[in-house]
Design a binder for this molecule. Structure first.
Ligand code: ATP
Ligand code: MG
Length: 322
């Protein structure tokens, strides 16, 4: 199958004069992570161990990964005027993500308490910030300075509103779909219709689609609208599919420590690679390698790699195979 650079160029080479490649749309959050033998029952107190306090939030994780790998990224969303909010602002600065469109508001910052049990299973309580109407002038101002909008579309009405604005400003729309985002086929189709690039994990695929995850089962989804669909399958790797090309790649074998944020690193790396004029296959390999490095430490952003580290892993791997 041909790998078509020209096809990707229609998505990734336009509006190069804008300051940001990616506008990461969504509130970041703080993860408070604990380890315990099991998840406590009602009225029960268990002794455990604190694993750490981490900057998180799926969209913000993608922003950090893409930025570390060379994309110019701005965050769009809110944090509270509290210590958690400050931590998130600082984490963005350290990753090179612009806070120009991240507003500090009078609310508590979004946070999650996560309990990891002895089997590595997680239970979590997530407290988002309260919803608010889309501020069209502010979103438009951010979109005019961006080339691609990335989000996880929980709210369909809001998503339709921002994609209409994005497309009006010549901004491509990329989304991440997991099971909770598209629990019905109707919802999935509605999301596909508004999107140019769709990332989906195995849970997102299996929630509404039948059969094995292969190019044959993915490709028909392109008829709904997107130009590019990428499905990730954990340790089994990923498949990327456009109209003119497709590629699949296994995960790089690594010692997995914490898979949280693997998909986020993958998505950020894939976008950074596409903006760097890599082909579909090259971008897929790059993203698989980046994500495999990210799972080697606790915390979604702890082990986000640099381009040099990703390229080093790819080189070592291909040297090992020859
Ligand atoms: N155990 C692993 N070893 C190596 N690479 C992995 C492993 N798990 C995931 N990856 C890499 O990360 C990519 C994304 O993983 P996955 O499909 O689990 O995403 P996800 O379900 O969205 O994850 P998340 O929990 O972060 O949302 C995979 O395609 C693979 O390249
Ligand atoms: Mg994911």
């Amino acid at each position: 199958m041909v790998d078509n650079r020209t096809e990707l160029a229609t998505l990734f080479q336009r509006n190069a004069d804008r300051p940001f490649d990616v506008l990461a749309y969504g509130d970041p959050n703080i993860d408070y992570v604990f380890e315990a033998a099991r998840v406590p029952l009602a009225d029960e107190k268990l002794l455990g161990r604190r694993l750490g306090t981490f900057a998180g939030g799926t969209v913000a994780n993608v922003a950090s990964a893409a930025s570390r790998l060379g994309a110019r990224v701005a965050a769009y969303g809110r944090v509270g005027g509290d210590a958690d909010g400050q931590l998130l602002l600082t984490a963005n600065e350290e990753a090179g993500v612009s806070n120009a469109f991240l507003r500090v508001v009078e609310q508590s910052t979004a946070a999650a308490t996560i309990i990891v049990d002895a089997a590595g299973e997680k239970a979590l309580v997530y407290a988002p910030m309260s919803g608010e109407a889309v501020d069209e002038p502010i979103v438009s101002a951010a979109l005019r300075q961006s080339r691609l909008l990335y989000t996880m579309p929980y709210d369909l009405a809001e998503f339709r509103q921002i994609t209409a604005l994005a497309h009006a400003h010549g901004v491509a729309v990329a989304i991440d779909i997991e099971a909770a985002v598209a629990p019905t086929r109707e919802r999935l189709d509605a999301l596909l219709e508004c999107s140019d690039i769709v990332f989906m994990n195995e849970g997102g695929f299996r929630a509404t689609l039948d059969g094995e995850i292969t190019v044959e089962t993915i490709r028909p989804l392109l008829d709904k609208g997107p130009q590019l669909i990428v499905v990730t399958m954990g340790a089994a790797g990923a498949i990327a599919c456009s109209r003119a090309a497709w590629a699949e790649h296994p995960a790089f074998p690594v010692k997995m420590v914490d898979a949280t944020g693997a998909g986020d690193c993958f998505n950020g790396a894939f976008l950074a690679a596409c903006f760097n004029d890599r082909t579909l296959r090259e971008s897929l390999v790059f993203a698989c390698a980046a994500a495999s490095i990210a799972v080697s430490a606790v915390g979604a952003r702890t082990a986000l790699p640099t381009t040099r580290e990703v390229e080093g892993l790819i080189l070592n791997h291909s040297a090992g195979r020859t």
